[in-house]
Design a protein around this ligand. Structure first.
Ligand code: N2P
Length: 386
């Protein structure tokens, strides 16, 4: 698995804001069969596709390129946490054809019948994917029937090194980067330049559990107590909770964050584009960061399955996967795209992770429904306490 995940290239998807979702057209009553009537076309589907994905996850122009090529109008909306997507799927009638859950949630969504299997015969470009990544995903989707990787990366500590060094005032950087966001010795100093946390129980608690030496995906509520006791000590030093912290980091509102490596890389690029000389980077904590694999899936009641398959196949083309890696700084697990990835992306160890570091990372697992509820309660209590 080390070797594979490392060798994975990148893929990408498109985005653009989508306007209002079109209401599905009500089906007309079927006419009585007539012997001479022609069979309906296999893909007689309205030319619409409704996608629900994370923000900052698709290169500009990719949706437009798909629309131009296929004549399919894409409505592209975004969600900020796995919890938000989960709530939509459970409520039902989402109106979305394609959603992109992390595998930590997708496992339960598959088991609960919220997602439907894909027709692999319509996704020829599946062959471009790294089998090692697909093997890791069988933990959530045992036969790789429902999920196709959109991108994988890891939750970690991101810093504005320039500001952090200044705020630490000569104190050396810790050996374990998680100390910067979890150890009061450091947070007390970094609160002056701003600490940001992702705003999600299933992002923060696993990192906290891992930091205190517990299983990051423990389903044991006793472990959550230990994690929240640790978190309580740094609560007053956390300035903001956000799933969209790119501009907060790039713009100087936060100097240390628990965030997604790709988004921290985007923040680094954005700060540079804005003329900042500060060094912003995603760190590789000595005890390991937490891998996530966000996966394309089709909702159980998708109205446009043919269009959904066409889009997945389009996304898996090597040139599109490479564009995703190059522009969004996430790894897509598309092997056929590797030689199209820019050298500065291919050599970035937070996108193409070295095998020895990969071995230290925490692979994704899952939580039971009860555990997720307990995590949410623990997290909300943590956030409220100050
Ligand atoms: C957003 C990336 C989402 C990663 N830019 C977390 N699943």
């Amino acid at each position: 698995m080390k070797y594979t995940l490392c060798s994975v290239a990148v893929a990408a998807l498109v985005l653009t804001a989508c306007g209002k979702k079109e209401e599905p057209v009500a089906a007309a009553p079927a006419p009585a069969p007539v012997a001479s009537a022609p069979a309906p076309a296999a893909n007689a589907e309205e030319k619409v596709l409704n996608i629900y994905n994370w923000p900052d996850y698709i290169p500009e122009g990719m949706v437009a390129a798909f629309e131009k090529e296929t004549g399919i109008k894409v409505n592209y909306d975004t969600f900020e946490t796995n919890e938000a997507l989960q709530a939509k799927l459970v409520a039902g009638n989402t109106g979305y054809d394609i959603v992109v859950p992390g595998t930590v949630f997708a496992k339960g969504q598959i088991e609960g019948g919220l997602l439907q299997p894909l027709d692999k015969s319509k996704i020829k470009n599946l062959a471009n994917l790294d089998p090692a990544l697909l093997a890791v995903m069988t933990k959530a989707d045992p036969e790789n029937k429902h999920l196709v990787p959109w991108a994988w990366s890891f939750t970690t500590v991101g810093i504005n090194k320039t500001k952090v060094e200044k705020a630490l005032g000569g104190m050396p950087m810790p050996e374990n980067a998680w100390d910067l966001v979890f150890n009061p010795k450091y947070t007390a100093k970094l609160k002056s330049c701003g600490i940001a946390y992702l705003d999600s129980p299933t992002e923060i608690l696993p990192a906290a559990l891992h930091y205190i030496g517990k299983d990051a995906y423990s389903n044991n509520a006793e472990d959550y107590k230990a994690a929240t006791a640790m978190l309580a000590k740094v609560r007053k030093d956390v300035r903001l909770f956000s799933a969209t912290m790119i501009d907060d980091i790039a713009g100087g509102k936060a100097c240390a964050a628990i965030g997604w490596a790709g988004d921290i890389n985007i923040a680094a690029g954005r700060a540079k584009d804005n003329g900042s000389k500060d060094v912003i980077e995603a760190l590789l904590p000595s005890t390991g960061a937490l891998i996530f694999i966000d996966s394309i899936a089709m909702t159980k009641d998708a109205k446009h399955p043919n269009n959904a398959h066409a889009f997945i196949d389009f996304y898996l083309r090597p040139e599109n996967a490479a564009q995703m890696a190059n522009e969004m700084t996430y790894n897509t697990g598309n092997k056929a795209a590797v030689d199209k990835v820019k050298p500065e992306i291919a050599s970035n160890k937070t996108i193409f992770v070295d095998a020895d570091y990969l071995a230290k990372m925490v692979p994704p697992s899952s939580f039971s429904n009860e555990a997720r509820e307990a995590l949410a309660n623990a997290y909300n209590a943590f956030k409220k306490g100050k």
